[in-house]
Design a protein around this ligand. Structure first.
Ligand SMILES: NC(=O)c1ccc[n+]([C@@H]2O[C@H](COP(=O)([O-])OP(=O)(O)OC[C@H]3O[C@@H](n4cnc5c(N)ncnc54)[C@H](OP(=O)(O)O)[C@@H]3O)[C@@H](O)[C@H]2O)c1
Length: 261
């Protein structure tokens, strides 16, 4: 019998979260999968069951709403589900100059990428600490290290996630609970299209396969590693971003976010 059996994944219907859910399903974990649309959730739920997950519960929730995390927690509590792995994966961005993006959209990205992630972590981590066991995976990004013009709010949320995760790593030492930051570079998912960034230089380049990113995150999480980079040149880019002044990093990041023909 293994230590962990039930995983909650936000954003399990697409991209990296979907690939992570497939890995957990194939390894016979129970799944709680969260995203906004019932139909897509229903489709993936069937797939995860077919792959081998003994129990798949889907929860429809919009994590850009203030009460979403509490609602999700309440639903798992009422169903007697003991979540011992939390994957804070759902996230979004919006491409454009800061003064030209819609403020409601900016704030909803902050609610999704930061506030709901914090709230879910608070609720499930406290239960894990009582049980002295648990694993949390945080979707950071290369953008966590790079102020990114034309994607400024998103990059700032990812910097927040990394900083928050690094503090938790320290607080959780010796508790039996670990938190892991997965740090992917640009990856071939629906992310760029949804962010209106599909025509950027970054999105036109060779993007990483989300299945490879998920596999790296999955293994690091289960080993209780603190950080793991994933994708070609990500490690080198992190080192470079830590050495260069922020102005230079931002200038390089801006080039990658510009629209190309
Ligand atoms: N792709 C990249 O280049 C890249 C690089 C580094 C880090 N990341 C991070 O990886 C994570 C996953 O992104 P991805 O690339 O896999 O993107 P994706 O393919 O767009 O998947 C995002 C997932 O999050 C869900 N989601 C989005 N908004 C939501 C909301 N308001 N409430 C609930 N669920 C929501 C989506 O489901 P619905 O839309 O159906 O709700 C979907 O399942 C994000 O945190 C992203 O920042 C991505």
């Amino acid at each position: 019998m293994r230590d962990y059996d039930t995983v909650l994944i936000t954003g399990a219907t697409s991209g990296i979260g979907y690939e992570l859910a497939k890995l957990f399903a194939a390894d016979k974990y129970n799944l709680v999968v969260v995203s906004r649309f019932e139909r897509t959730l229903h489709e993936v739920t069937e797939q995860f069951r077919a792959l081998g997950s003994p129990r798949v519960v889907s929860i429809v929730a919009d994590l850009s709403a203030a009460n979403a995390a509490a609602d999700i927690y309440q639903q798992t509590l009422l169903r007697g589900i003991d979540v011992n792995i939390l994957i804070n994966n759902a996230g979004a961005a919006e491409h454009g100059l800061f003064c030209e993006t819609n403020v409601e959209r900016d704030l909803s990205i902050i609610q999704l990428n930061i506030s709901s992630m914090i709230h879910l972590t608070k609720l499930y981590l406290c239960d894990m600490l009582q049980q002295k066991r648990g694993r949390i995976l945080q979707l950071a990004s290369l953008a966590s290290y790079q102020p990114t013009p034309l994607l400024s709010v998103y990059a700032a949320t990812k910097a927040f996630i990394l900083s928050f995760t690094d503090s938790l790593i320290n607080e959780l030492e010796g508790t039996g609970v670990t938190v892991t930051a997965l740090i992917p570079g640009p990856t071939r998912t629906d992310f760029f299209r949804k962010a209106h960034a599909a025509q950027t230089r970054t999105a036109q380049n060779n993007l990483a396969d989300p299945a490879d990113i998920a596999r790296i995150g999955y293994e690091a999480l289960l080993k209780g590693k603190h950080h793991v980079t994933a994708g070609s040149s990500v490690k080198a880019n992190v080192i470079m971003s830590n050495i260069l002044p922020n102005e230079s990093v931002a200038s390089l990041a801006r080039k990658n976010m510009e629209i190309v023909d």
